[in-house]
Design a binder for this molecule. Structure first.
Ligand SMILES: Cc1cc2nc3c(=O)[nH]c(=O)nc-3n(C[C@H](O)[C@H](O)[C@H](O)COP(=O)(O)OP(=O)(O)OC[C@H]3O[C@@H](n4cnc5c(N)ncnc54)[C@H](O)[C@@H]3O)c2cc1C
Length: 389
């Protein structure tokens, strides 16, 4: 860890600093080797490894921590959770994305599930026995969530589901899917079990996050009991947009983690690489890069922290979550690019981690609402007129 962060950390309370310190030790010792291993392998961990990792990560509250105390959960505030999440993203961003999905599946089930659904899905997830995924996007539906085409038709006491989903994180390891679909003329969330062969997946090959599962999912006549409907009939769009609000900040924090890692590696490299008779850290233009990178990482971090604090206080903050998401994700692309520049030729080889950070950073302005969509939300909220349609 470099000296790029300690002043900000002085603002955290004692409990938060201890939590970060303890999690950082675990992440460096246990997760970093796995992060490097799966990056080299070029595929995500299998289901049973993921379940073991989720259990370990939940000792720090990273899976169940956000369940409110009044719902029987640990009730960790989003800000404190976010501090640990950034640490995870700094060491293993692929796992951070997997955790983001699993913890949001937990949040969704906890907030919207009936007692029966909590018993059948939430409790096994909390016991570390099952993995869920969240299916919204489709081949023809990305930014236009309202236009979901996957349909569930009622047949007696079950639904029959037809449709295709795309870009589904944790799809390969999932035991069940929360599917946003059209049900009786409205958008709903329906829980669908994988069972023997109720749905299928195909892993996508991506430029970054190669250690995270991102799948195409096929629901060809998949069935689910009527009681697997989550939340109120027709409430699927509102529920999805609400979840996006929180998830967006964590995509922002994933970017902060990636950028922080790129910054730390650039500082270490600049302090040891000699050119023109001195370390490159002593050249003014390298100092300029480092100063810009450190400032931008911090600015993005602060935008994310503010959004988390607003979410903790249940203050409507879709403007601020969108600001945090677009700024942090685009920041990481700039910072990771400069990190490669500071490394010179070796920066584009797989011998140095900055090459991976650059590929990972470039992915993040896309999920959970692209940069363009975040700006349209901010513009609409400021100007009072929507440019979406
Ligand atoms: C790594 C990764 C993980 C993901 N995980 C999940 C997941 O778990 N579950 C899930 O459901 N989805 C997931 N997604 C999907 C993600 O949310 C979508 O990719 C995203 O919403 C964008 O949709 P699209 O890719 O179809 O792009 P499109 O919507 O086709 O957009 C293409 C381009 O057009 C622009 N555009 C679209 N509409 C407008 C407009 N009105 N005005 C101006 N510009 C516009 C976009 O900004 C973009 O630049 C994931 C994606 C990635 C990359």
């Amino acid at each position: 860890m470099s000296d790029a962060l300690p002043v900000t950390q002085l603002l955290y309370n004692e409990e938060q600093r201890l939590a970060i310190e303890s999690f950082r030790k675990f992440a460096e010792a246990q997760l970093r080797p796995l992060s490097d291993k799966y990056e080299k392998l070029g595929h995500p961990p299998d289901r049973s490894t993921m379940l073991t990792l989720f259990k370990q990560l939940d000792q720090y509250g990273l899976i169940s921590g956000l369940i409110a105390a009044e719902d029987g959960g640990p009730g960790i505030d989003r800000f404190t959770y976010g501090l640990l999440y950034e640490e995870l993203a700094r060491v293993w961003p692929d796992m951070a994305i997997a955790v983001l999905i699993q913890s949001h599946v937990v949040l969704t089930l906890s907030a919207l599930g009936s007692p029966e659904l909590k018993q059948n899905y939430l409790e096994p997830v909390l016991r570390g026995e099952r993995i869920g995924c969240s299916c919204i996007s489709e081949p023809n539906v990305g930014s236009n969530v309202r236009e979901v085409q996957t349909r569930a038709a009622r047949e007696g006491d079950q639904y029959r589901l037809r449709g295709q989903k795309l870009w589904i994180s944790n799809g390969a390891q999932s035991d069940f899917a929360i599917v946003v679909c059209q049900v009786e003329g409205g958008l709903n969330m329906l829980i669908v079990d994988r069972g023997e062969d109720n749905y299928r997946h195909r892993e996508l090959e991506k430029m970054g996050f190669v250690g995270a599962s991102t799948c195409e999912m096929f629901f060809d006549d998949a069935v689910a009991p009527v009681s697997n409907l989550l939340g109120r009939q027709g409430g699927g769009l509102f529920q999805t947009l609400k979840l996006f609000e929180t998830a967006r900040v964590f995509v922002g924090l994933t970017s902060v983690g990636v950028a922080q890692a790129a910054l730390e590696e650039s500082i270490a490299y600049a302090q040891q690489r000699q050119q023109h008779g001195k370390v490159i850290a002593a050249h003014q233009m390298i100092q300029n890069y480092i100063a810009e990178m450190a400032t931008e990482v911090d600015a993005a971090r602060l935008l994310c922290h503010r959004a988390l604090q607003l979410l903790d206080q249940r203050i409507r903050c879709d403007t601020q979550t969108s600001m945090a998401k677009w700024y942090a994700t685009e920041m990481a692309v700039r910072v990771a690019s400069k990190a490669i520049q500071i490394h010179g030729g070796v920066g584009i080889t797989k011998d140095f981690r900055v090459e991976r950070h650059f590929r990972n950073a470039r992915v993040l302005p896309i999920p959970d609402g692209t940069t363009e969509i975040q700006k349209l939300i901010i513009g609409r909220n400021i100007l009072g007129v929507s440019a979406f349609s």
